[in-house]
Design a binder for this molecule. Structure first.
Ligand code: URP
Ligand code: ZN
Ligand code: ZN
Length: 466
């Protein structure tokens, strides 16, 4: 099957050119100038031709941070691999990297098997896994080597959530030493959870139970402090470090100074930290619960620093940390006690569109958009050039994006399995029109035609920035 995408502006991380792109089977064959002889020959041999005039043609999005059906906070995130990847496909994301979890007292292998069983046969888009290490011990350290060989080349540790996922500095150092031997990347949830738990207990004792206290008890200074500590531990161990869901300027400053001194330190931020703020957490009644995630959404003054970080390259990736909980029956668990509100927000469907608003507002350029949402995540997590690229031989994961369309985000029209949207009523410019995954159409001019089970497990390599 040969498919030609004709007349579009082909955008990748290195630039944007007018061009025609040929797909053969699951792969991209090449991009040539529109109107060239090669293009005419491709057109006469093509089974299907897609007109991309006045549209952008870009590599499919890679969301490197999702939590489908994750047990957390006495509940389970509301999207399954089926519903979550269905929503991802609508938003132009053709690869997700989810977090398999080692439950305390079990092995990493058991966590991998459990998450593989949840995902296998259910996904509309390709998927890989990182591994959350909640029990650093001799066995799990040995298993890290086996998992790297199996394509799980990144491990998340937590400085937050004592008693759940939390690891001590000593445990973190041990995991980092292992990563410096086997080439894995350590991903860090950098918030000082021990100090935060004291602040939470003090707030509750004062009767401060509303959702806004979630933000006030997790000050940005404690994200900056934990980020600093994580960097120093990684420096001692000699391992690469990737800070997940960076939300605060204090944390960004630590990342900048580490990168300026040449350390292999990387960071991602998420749309919620670029578009939402503590004003949302303080919405009247219990509505602020819809915005509870950790780290918390910050005062809006942090946003311009984050956009600057995306521009300069100090922030490498935009992922969603998609971890949705319905308001009814899930977020409501925390009425009268903000610490019982399950932490996490929906987002997998709107990442590409939201970050495109940064192009419109001239915060970032068109190629930087593609780099942040597709190419750099592919390189960071060992998927390039199979993913995140339009080069010949790459998987034909493609998005035809209409920059002249506009849309209004709403829970009434989104495809995530969650009963609210954090961006309800937000009018945005640009829309995903057509999506291919390995040459198969998932979305054609807005009509879904994907297939459950099409998504395959991706065995990932090591971080390609090291
Ligand atoms: O609030 C959040 N971020 N929930 C998901 C789990 C995590 O820490 O990434
Ligand atoms: Zn986290
Ligand atoms: Zn997360």
């Amino acid at each position: 099957m040969k498919q030609l995408i004709k007349g579009g502006t082909v955008v990748d991380a290195s630039g944007a050119v007018p061009g025609d792109l040929l797909i053969e089977g699951e792969k991209i064959v090449g991009v040539v100038q529109t109107g060239s002889d090669t293009s005419a020959a491709w057109e006469s041999g093509a089974d299907r031709v897609f007109d991309a005039s006045r549209k952008y043609v870009l590599p499919g999005g890679i969301d490197a941070h999702t939590h489908m059906e994750m047990p957390f906070g006495g509940s389970q995130s509301a999207d399954t691999f089926e519903t979550g990847t269905f929503a991802a496909a609508h938003g132009g994301t053709t690869t997700i990297i989810d977090f398999a979890i080692q439950a305390r007292g079990t092995s990493l292998g058991e966590g991998f098997d459990t998450w593989s069983a949840k995902a296998a046969g259910n996904c509309y888009v390709d998927y890989g896994f990182h591994m959350i290490v909640s029990d650093v011990n001799e066995q799990s350290l040995k298993e890290m080597d086996l998992l790297v060989d199996a394509g799980i080349s990144s491990f998340k540790l937590f400085m937050a959530y004592p008693g759940v996922f939390y690891s001590t500095d000593g445990e973190i150092l041990l995991a980092m030493q292992k990563a410096s031997e086997n080439g894995a990347t350590i991903m860090m949830h950098a918030e000082n959870g021990i100090a935060i738990d004291v602040l939470v207990a003090q707030a509750l004792a004062r009767g401060e139970t509303d959702p806004r206290y979630h933000g006030l008890t997790r000050p940005s200074i404690l994200e900056g402090e934990a980020t600093h500590r994580a960097i120093q531990l990684a420096r001692v161990a000699g391992s690469p470090l990737y800070i997940v869901h960076l939300s605060a300027k204090e944390a960004l400053e630590e990342v900048i100074s580490a990168r300026d001194s040449g350390l292999p330190v990387f960071a991602e931020t998420c749309p919620q930290y670029l578009f939402l703020s503590d004003d949302d957490l303080a919405r009247p009644g219990f509505d602020g619960a819809k915005y509870v995630c950790s780290p918390p959404v910050r005062p809006s003054s942090h946003q311009m620093d984050l956009w600057r970080g995306l521009r300069t390259g100090d922030l490498s990736v935009v992922a969603t940390d998609h971890c949705p909980f319905c308001f009814a029956g899930q977020k409501e668990l925390g009425r009268g006690d903000f610490s019982k509100i399950p932490n996490g927000l929906p987002g997998v469907e709107h990442r590409m569109d939201l970050i495109y608003q940064g192009v419109i507002r001239k915060e970032i350029g068109l190629s930087r958009w593609v780099d942040l949402v597709s190419t750099t995540p592919a390189k960071m997590f060992g998927l390039f050039p199979q993913k995140g690229s339009l080069a010949p031989g790459a998987d034909a994961d493609l998005v035809i994006y209409d920059p002249s369309a506009s849309q209004t985000i709403s829970a009434a029209t989104h495809h995530m399995n969650v009963d609210y949207s954090t961006y309800e009523g937000m009018r945005i410019q640009g829309k995903v029109e057509t999506v291919f995954s390995r040459g198969e159409l998932l979305l054609e001019e807005g009509h879904f035609c994907g297939r459950k089970g099409h998504g395959s497990f991706l065995k990932r390599g090591l971080n390609q920035f090291i």
